[in-house]
Unconditional design. Structure first.
Length: 636
């Protein structure tokens, strides 16, 4: 066990956030998800683990935290930059201070060992060997490569290393703090919504990194696909109760349903048995010959361990009939050589969007996705080209900045000002459908959470009855129930949808076609996310001579049978590559073992040049092993 909370409780004033809970990190590389509704206490639990929030003592129970070996705990909120005049490289290099000190000491030891004799030579050789093992185990030979990979994966260039921190935006500084946290490699890594504001490429990279991370991770996230690919344990917080489940997110959902059904079945069966026994007691309680029997039945009931009725799933979410007030024609949006951007072009788009289609716009951050949406709704001018909407098009536009919308108006007045002809009852009914009930409608907009502001914005947009929805990252501040609700609403929407999202599961559930924007251009895939991923994999795995040479914006034409044949061939090729890589890994590991044995031979104890030669070969072999393992992971 690496970390344990026993009989935990957290209260803020008179409100109990978490009660009588246990939490454990059971092994050094366990990957844990913490899930629950917004406001359930997920971030509070992370703060308890990080030491930012103290447990509350409760009557009869003393909460305890046990952390054998004092594991290092890293939490993104704890990382700040005190000196913004420092360069990125200067700041991030602080993480490697101990590693660099070890490197310097190793360099110092080489000439000392050359001159030393006798016991001093043996002592220095022992120090050198131990230091070298630690330096290697801590990644001393590949930390620079890992550092560079993180920078580029999070959207920075290697040239950004020399820039001062003051030159970056708040969002970029958060990413740099995240990189610094990852490189510090704490024993328990705490991540609160790590995929927010990351593009799909960065999310995919982070998945691979966390899967292979050799230490424990505790993640709060609403990204279902992200959790499915990383975690092996789930803690659910529901109604203040913390429950542990084994497996990933999908396993948790399945197991939770089974537990609920089992407990409900046992509860119903027990209640039936209690009713049967009580009926017997009532029937025979006044008969002297049956007194012993009735007492026995009452005692039987008394000794039963009652099975409580399980709490119903907390599925409360917003709801609305998403019906357009007008119907569009078949042609909804036509785009011809549209160039979008600010002071320079970001992308050129061609598109012919029909009624009922749901287009997901995906791509790296900064590539022009939001710029395209802003251009379509008239918030910014195009640089060149043309676009036009079809007959009767009425647009409902959600900008991701709406989650930061502030106003000193109350919720009810903010909505009412948008639709002044409605009665108070109509306004309250509409707001109630989006979970603003009772006194919540009198809260000031500026006091709402990001998720609440999103709900208020969607409430206003949907009431207008648009037939074309243009949505920029609508799920960023939603919990899983909220995302599922919006997925269902958009999937059943009879109108047309254009949306930007980095949530792959949301894209998978909603999109009927994908527009991918990249530095190589804009390309349309006229099918859903699963087929898009399969197509991309086929393109990536195809030999260079077989790569398709389709121009951007051309719809790829691949029959189902052809796709199946290509997929089967690629699977065979991948398996052969993987087998060869596994053989090479085994050979390299064997060679490293042989070299280490050779290094430990007594006759080499004072032969420093020989030891150095062997160590250099070990280092080269381990570098090759690392590269081969990375290739193996890519082909797995």
């Amino acid at each position: 066990m690496l970390y344990q909370i026993k009989d935990g409780r957290v209260m803020f004033a008179a409100d109990t956030v978490l009660s009588d809970f246990d939490f454990e990190v059971r092994n050094k590389n366990e990957k844990i998800a913490v899930v629950g509704r917004n406001g359930a206490g997920k971030t509070t639990l992370l703060k308890v683990i990080a030491g930012e929030v103290e447990l509350t003592k409760q009557d009869g129970k003393e909460p305890s935290i046990t952390a054998p070996g004092n594991p290092v705990i890293g939490y993104l909120r704890q990382i700040t930059f005190e000196d913004l005049s420092a360069t990125v490289d200067e700041e991030i290099s602080k993480v490697f201070a101990d590693l660099l000190a070890e490197r310097d000491r190793l360099e110092e030891l080489v000439p000392l060992m050359e001159k030393a004799e006798g016991e001093e030579a043996a002592r220095l050789a022992k120090e050198y060997t131990q230091l070298m093992d630690d330096f290697r185990d801590r990644g001393g030979y590949y930390y620079k490569k890992e550092y560079d990979a993180m920078l580029t994966s999070f959207g920075f260039s290697l040239e950004d290393k020399e820039k001062h921190l003051s030159e970056f935006s708040g969002g970029q500084l958060t990413k740099l703090a995240f990189i610094k946290l990852l490189l510090s490699k704490p024993d328990i890594l705490l991540l609160d919504e790590p995929t927010n504001h990351l593009d799909m490429r960065a999310i995919s990279w982070l998945e691979d990194y966390l899967r292979s991370y050799s230490r424990a991770v505790v993640i709060v996230s609403h990204d279902r696909m992200f959790l499915d690919r990383i975690v092996n344990t789930v803690y659910e917080i529901s109604y203040g109760v913390v429950t542990r489940f084994s497996g990933n997110y999908t396993d948790y959902v399945s197991e939770k349903k089974l537990r609920y059904e089992k407990q409900l079945s046992e509860h119903i069966a027990q209640q039936k048995e209690i009713k049967r026994l009580m009926e017997l007691v009532e029937r025979f309680k006044n008969k002297p010959s049956k007194v012993a029997m009735t007492r026995s039945k009452l005692k039987q009931i008394e000794h039963m361990e009652l099975v409580a009725r399980p709490a119903d799933f907390d599925t409360k979410s917003f709801s609305a009939a998403l019906n357009p007030k007008l119907e569009t024609g078949k042609d909804v949006l036509y785009i011809k050589d549209l160039v979008v951007g600010y002071d320079k072009p970001l992308a050129t788009i061609n598109l012919d969007l029909k009624k009922g289609q749901r287009l997901a716009v995906i791509g790296d951050n900064g590539i022009g996705k939001s710029t395209l949406l802003k251009t379509l709704v008239g918030d910014m001018p195009q640089l060149s080209g043309d676009f036009r909407f079809g007959t009767n098009v009425q647009i409902g536009y959600f900008d991701q900045r709406m989650a930061m919308y502030t106003s000193d108006k109350t919720v009810i007045n903010d909505f009412w000002d948008e639709y002044p002809t409605l009665t108070e009852t109509e306004v309250r009914n509409r707001l109630g459908a989006f979970l603003f009930t009772s006194d919540e409608v009198f809260k000031e907009v500026s006091m709402l959470s990001g998720g609440e502001r999103v709900r208020l914005s969607l409430c206003k947009i949907f009431y207008a009855g648009p037939n074309v929805l243009i949505l920029d990252e609508p799920t960023n501040h939603m919990d899983m129930i909220g995302k599922e609700t919006l997925e269902a609403m958009l999937s059943g929407f009879p109108g047309t949808v254009i949306f930007v999202s980095h949530d792959r599961y949301f894209v998978k559930k909603v999109a009927t076609q994908i527009m991918e924007m990249s530095e190589d251009g804009v390309r349309l895939y006229p099918f859903g996310y699963d087929d898009y991923i399969e197509k991309k994999q086929m393109q990536a795995d195809a030999p260079s001579g077989e790569k398709e040479k389709e121009a951007p914006d051309k719809e790829p034409e691949v029959s189902a049978s052809q796709a199946a044949r290509l997929a089967a061939k690629e699977a065979e090729r991948c398996e052969r590559r993987r087998q060869k890589l596994e053989e090479k890994i085994e050979q390299l590991e064997s060679r490293i073992g042989e070299l280490k044995e050779e290094m430990g031979r007594p006759e080499y104890a004072s032969m420093y040049s020989k030891l150095t030669e062997i160590q250099e070969e070990i280092d080269r072999t381990e570098e090759e092993l690392l590269s081969t393992m990375e290739l193996w992971e890519e082909n797995s």
